[in-house]
Design a protein around this ligand. Structure first.
Ligand SMILES: [Zn+2]
Ligand SMILES: [Zn+2]
Length: 59
């Protein structure tokens, strides 16, 4: 992805066409470690674990 208006989360392999949605998503990841949940600090294993954690804990 080289276009400026298309952003993606390399950790979750999700492509965002809306920058606002991208930044909202990135705010879920800890700045220092993308595997960490920014809301509760829990360390997740991978993107599946991360997504499942958010869906079950931070809906
Ligand atoms: Zn992500
Ligand atoms: Zn969490």
């Amino acid at each position: 992805m080289t276009r400026d208006d298309v952003k993606s989360c390399s950790f979750c392999c999700i492509i965002f066409h809306d920058p606002a949605m991208y930044y909202l998503h990135r705010s879920m990841h800890d700045k220092m470690d993308v595997r960490c949940c920014n809301l509760c600090g829990k360390l997740l294993l991978d993107k599946y674990d991360f997504t499942a954690h958010f869906l079950s804990q931070h809906k």
